[in-house]
Design a protein around this ligand. Structure first.
Ligand SMILES: [Zn+2]
Length: 449
């Protein structure tokens, strides 16, 4: 072998190790908000009935968005996932709010019965995969009964912490990926005032230990929870009084961001639900993007802040190291699909936004393109995805675009408010972007030559 051949051979070997990804898939489903009384004819229970009374004088087009998920809708979601079942589907992330908020005041046994129905359909759909559930604020608190229901999916060690606090970690036996499922309810406004403080503290200590141990063992970590850090994309979001309804308290939010920053070398992905919209959040360290979080849209068509269509998300990843490579977003247009459930592909992340890879850096660059006031192409795509193609018939002026940008890039509540108040300072506070650094470098080379 002459030298040239040898070099080509070495480069080839290097390339092989670089590209030797073991492709796997996982579903992320969230905010099913199953309403067992959806079709009930009882006046105050049936949502359709309630909906038609309430919406007589309102925009008829939005009627289907005033109800939580019927059993039919959940069945159709399960059928879609069964039909699009890749051979290398490894697991399912299920990030809470299983039940309709209209069930809030019902007895615990009714709630558990509804959770059992959804659990059963998921275990039939994913008969040879594990489903990893996270609790939302509309779900029953951790209990022996939930443990019994979910012990088919969780190992003993996970069940122990789940029963006491609703959080757990899963070690993937065949890879270096560790899944950390948090109970965000313990850090949210409501719970912190009742029995939360003690268990909330225990979860912080546990999380730090898990992350430190993962670092020692060179593991890669997914953080999974119902509610994640950051604010909703509207003016006035992130104020102390707005913390409630499942939102993290300002203190919990700041502490979680701090931990994510400190362990950004270990955390390779964050997956949340809760907002019923399709968006993402970035965490920075000294102006540099170091971690991303994807928020998947809900299965229920009922909006939280704004209205959206039902969505289901299939992630593609390298199961050797957990690196997320892409996702396919599925959706159901409930306005045009009255009563029928034709799920379709909405978009593929990397194609849709023209991303070369899924990383904090590439998503930071995407945030800059979303903010572009002169060319609205990417912003319009973002808004269409945010509402899962539910007719984005609203006007978003420059200030409104800026609020969206602040929500993506300022997870800390105070920083978000400062960003919204002062667009100029938001620009100034950024570290030099890549293109600025390259330009500077080019100038330096020119001067030195
Ligand atoms: Zn929800």
């Amino acid at each position: 072998m002459n030298l040239t051949n040898y070099v080509v051979y070495i480069i080839g070997l290097f390339w092989l190790t670089l590209t030797d990804a073991k492709i796997g898939y996982f579903w992320h489903i969230t905010d099913l908000h199953y309403d067992p009384f959806h079709n009930s004819l009882e006046l105050h229970r049936g949502c359709r009935h309630r909906g038609s009374m309430e919406h007589n004088h309102r925009n008829e087009r939005h009627r289907d968005h005033s109800c939580d998920s019927s059993w039919n809708l959940i069945q159709s979601a399960a059928a879609l996932m069964a039909a699009r079942h890749p051979d290398t589907l490894e697991f399912v992330l299920w990030t809470g709010d299983i039940l309709s908020s209209s069930m809030e005041h019902l007895k615990e046994e009714y709630k558990l019965e509804a959770v059992r129905n959804v659990t059963d359909i998921l275990s039939r759909t994913f008969s040879s995969q594990f489903v990893f559930p996270a609790l939302g604020h509309n779900d029953p608190p951790p209990s022996r009964k939930l443990v019994d229901m979910w012990m088919q999916w969780l190992p003993t060690e996970a069940l122990q912490t789940f029963e006491t606090g609703g959080y757990y970690t899963i070690e993937q036996s065949h890879s270096k990926l560790r899944i950390v499922v948090l109970n965000s309810v313990l850090w949210a406004g409501g719970a912190a005032r009742t029995d939360g403080p003690h268990r909330g503290r225990a979860q912080w200590e546990w999380l730090e230990q898990v992350l430190s141990k993962a670092r020692r063992k060179s593991e890669m970590v997914y953080i999974v929870a119902h509610a994640g850090p950051g604010v909703e994309e509207r003016h006035g979001a992130g104020s102390a009084s707005a913390a409630g309804g499942g939102e993290l308290t300002p203190q919990a939010n700041a502490r979680l961001i701090h931990l994510i920053r400190a362990f950004s070398d270990v955390i390779v992905g964050q997956f949340y639900g809760h907002r019923h919209t399709d968006t993402f959040r970035l965490v920075y360290s000294e102006g540099r993007p170091v971690s991303w979080a994807f928020l998947a849209p809900s299965v229920t068509p009922r909006g939280a802040g704004s209205i959206s269509n039902p969505g289901l998300r299939l992630y593609k990843f390298d199961s050797n190291n957990g690196k997320v490579l892409d996702y396919t977003q599925y959706y159901l247009d409930v306005t045009t699909n009255r009563g029928e459930h034709h799920w379709a592909i909405e978009y593929n992340l990397t194609q849709y936004y023209g991303l070369r890879e899924v990383s904090a850096t590439s998503l930071d660059a995407l945030a800059d393109r979303i903010r572009n006031y002169h060319d609205r192409t990417i912003f319009n795509k973002y808004i269409s995805a945010l509402r899962v193609r539910h007719a984005p018939d609203f006007d978003c002026d420059t200030a409104c675009v800026h609020v969206h940008y602040c929500a993506i890039t300022r997870a800390e509540y105070q920083e978000f408010r400062a960003c919204v108040r002062n667009p100029a300072s938001a620009l100034a506070s950024r570290a030099p972007s890549n293109s600025a650094a390259i330009l500077l470098y080019a100038i330096l080379i020119l001067i030195s030559s």
